[in-house]
Design a protein. Structure first.
Length: 687
């Protein structure tokens, strides 16, 4: 097994290099990369890493295809055509960096807040994600970015309730007697959890899937509760009602390890099975049976995922669901409790990585990445600050993934906006750039990783030398800083030094290099005796901000917006296509060939009166835009709800659109996150 310096493996030698999957997935797999004559020929899972156990999803198994893709950007590119045309010419690194530095310096001299970084989880690495990049923008005094687009509603809600993003060990689900898979298509998006759930199933556990879509996971569970989008919090309250009236509560655990239960108890008593069923689109018997199972099949575990928090009330829904394990004392068992994210267990030293001290006391404005479309079109004002003059995009593809993309496209098309994109390919966003800078892939750079689905820290060694003229994100920001006269020593640190700082010395590079990963030293049943990371050590049930489900302003559903629903009667959610991960793998032909074309799943009861036929084009539309795709008439969709599978690159979709033509930029109740699954549409048969 090759260790440090694997990128320098000489020709004529074969080596296997340790790595880690960089993508936005809870599994964070440990990799073994086979390199022959300096070329990566195979990417496999590490069989010694307990969560990975040698298996990878189809997407990451195809990673060499992505790394050596013939359309990979391998030299700096300068725009020569209109924005959005994708017309560029090759330039040298010196020319590109000199011009970028000069233009950013001129903007910064007027107001550095007019420069905005835009990034998310193109890599989850602690080095190539937000380390040198954050240091650069802090030193510059640029606007700060509120990174909300995926998980902030659920993450903030979990922190309000438990005190942090903490939960069960994933491997202990194998011992559970009941597993609620809530808002997760685990087969597609959490494969290794699914293998653990299958172990539990073979041992006699009951698996229940709670999801508006009849996913591949739902089909393989004992029961599927196909509730309406955005009603998860109501279901949690309905379960609480039954726990109370049947006295299925663990009174000792509630008394000793929670605070605020009496107020929520009174609210829950109003949520009878009949009321809950009417709101959720279920039957009262389904609510009753789920509550009985949850109370009596101990230990019971909940695998909650982020899909269910992408509605207006999604944050409070997470808080209500997170209360359930405390009410029945599920946390007493290592196979009981809940897992949404385990990332809070990791001792990540973000201050050392990102160096907010480089702000020097300045407090630049914070812009929400989920409202970038509207913000790019705003003029300067006292409440907003300066107009955005420059965007530096890395680890993200906002033109495809940000909500309400017609506005996003309009903003990126501004001729007076200077845009730099660090990328592997000419994505929809890169097509709008003034400069595209070639970034390395995971096989070409050093990184370290935490996880949000298990409790193992991982190391990624470079397996091959960077292709063409590609450079790591860290190197690009180091060189930009130097050219702009930002000379703090923290802006010159190399990747090895930064990686050593990631875990504050509590996990060292030497430990990671010994086997490629390190298990965190945590209790097996972390909250058996309370000890939540809240100030009191108790689960905060009724902390400020907890609200029962209600029709919040901006909630877009038939019940909350009947006048709008008269024109757009179908609710739409946009879960990920199985062979894509956000927009990352859309241009990998072997995976795109499996997906075929962008599709909309629609129930036969909704398709028939609209004259919609399976396999035919449809126009999906609302006041924000229109999306063209192929109809799949299927009971994967429930009546009244359509599923627009995403996220396709716009230019690889039908008529240059994707599902975010239809989403909006209103935000969740907690966490300032987008409401991707709060959307009303109408669907028409296409010509």
């Amino acid at each position: 097994m090759q260790g440090p310096g694997a990128s320098a493996i000489p020709h004529g030698r074969t080596a296997v290099v340790r790595g880690a999957c960089p993508h936005d997935c809870p599994d964070t797999c440990a990799l073994r990369v086979t390199v022959v004559d300096g070329r990566a020929i195979k990417v496999q899972g590490d069989p010694d890493h307990p969560p990975t156990h040698g298996a990878l999803c189809r997407k990451v198994s195809a990673y060499p295809e992505r790394t050596y893709h013939p359309e990979r950007v391998l030299q700096p590119l300068k725009r020569v055509g209109p924005k959005g045309s994708g017309r560029f010419e090759r330039v040298s690194w010196d020319e590109a960096l000199a011009d970028i530095a000069a233009r950013l310096s001129a903007i910064a001299a007027r107001d550095p807040q007019a420069i905005v970084p835009y990034s998310y989880a193109g890599t989850m690495g602690l080095v190539q994600g937000e380390s040198l990049a954050a240091r650069f923008f802090h030193a510059l005094g640029a606007s700060r970015l509120d990174r909300t687009i995926c998980a902030s509603a659920g993450s903030e809600a979990l922190a309000l309730t438990y005190g942090g993003k903490v939960g069960m060990h994933v491997e202990h689900f194998a011992e559970s007697r009941l597993i609620l898979i809530w808002g997760s298509n685990s087969i597609a998006s959490n494969l290794h959890f699914w293998s653990v759930a299958q172990q539990a199933k073979r041992n006699g556990a009951k698996l229940v899937c709670i999801d508006p879509r009849r996913t591949e996971t739902a089909e393989k569970c004992h029961q599927h509760l196909q509730l309406l989008p955005g009603t998860d919090g109501a279901l949690a309250l309905g379960l609480m009602h039954e726990l109370i009236v049947h006295d299925w509560l663990d009174h000792d655990y509630v008394a000793r390890h929670t605070e605020g239960w009496p107020a929520l108890r009174e609210e829950a008593l109003a949520w009878t099975p009949e009321r809950t069923a009417a709101v959720c689109g279920l039957t009262a018997d389904e609510v009753r049976q789920l509550a009985r199972d949850y109370a009596t099949l101990a230990p019971a575990a909940i695998r909650l995922n982020y899909g269910m928090q992408r509605t207006r009330g999604g944050g409070n829904a997470v808080r209500l669901i997170a209360v359930l394990p405390c009410l029945v004392g599920a946390w007493r068992h290592r196979a009981g409790g809940l897992l949404l994210s385990s990332s809070g267990w990791f001792p990540v030293d973000r201050a050392a990585l990102q160096r907010p001290d480089l702000l020097g006391g300045r407090e630049p404005r914070i812009l929400n990445m989920s409202t970038i479309g509207a913000d790019l079109l705003r003029e300067a004002s006292p409440g907003f600050g300066p107009r955005i003059e420059a965007l530096v995009v890395y680890n993200s593809n906002p033109v495809a993934v940000a909500p309400q993309s017609p506005q996003v496209v309009q903003g990126f098309a501004r001729e007076d906006l200077f845009t730099v994109v660090l990328e592997h390919f000419l994505t929809d966003t890169a097509d709008h750039a003034d400069y595209v800078l070639p970034a390395t892939t995971q096989l070409e750079h050093l990184d370290v990783h935490a996880s949000y689905g298990h409790t193992y820290a991982l190391l990624n060694e470079p397996a091959i030398a960077p292709l063409g003229e590609a450079r790591p994100n860290t190197q690009i920001f180091r060189e930009l800083a130097a050219r702009m006269g930002l000379d703090h020593p923290a802006l010159r640190e190399d990747d090895e030094t930064v990686a050593a700082q990631a875990f504050g010395g509590r996990i060292t590079l030497q430990e990671l290099r010994a086997r490629g990963w390190v298990k965190l030293p945590l209790p097996e049943a972390p909250f058996a005796e309370g000890g939540f990371p809240t100030p009191s050590g108790r689960c905060r049930i009724a902390a400020p901000g907890l609200e029962a489900p209600r029709h919040l302003p901006g909630h877009e559903s038939p019940a909350a917006a009947p006048e709008l629903a008269a024109r757009y009667p179908l609710a739409m959610i946009s879960p990920p296509a199985r062979n894509f991960l956000n927009s990352t793998f859309v241009n990998v032909r072997s995976l795109r060939d499996i997906e075929g074309e962008p599709v909309l799943e629609i129930h036969p009861q909704d398709a028939a009166p609209r004259g919609i036929e399976d396999g035919r084009p449809v126009r999906v539309h609302n006041d924000r835009g229109e999306y063209w795709c192929i109809a799949r008439v299927s009971e994967r969709a429930r009546p009244g709800v359509v599923n627009g599978l995403g996220i396709w690159w716009r230019k690889l979709g039908l008529r240059g659109t994707n599902v975010n033509e239809l989403t909006h930029q209103r935000l969740t109740d907690i966490g300032r996150a987008p409401c991707f699954y709060d959307v009303l549409v109408e669907v028409e048969a296409g010509a």
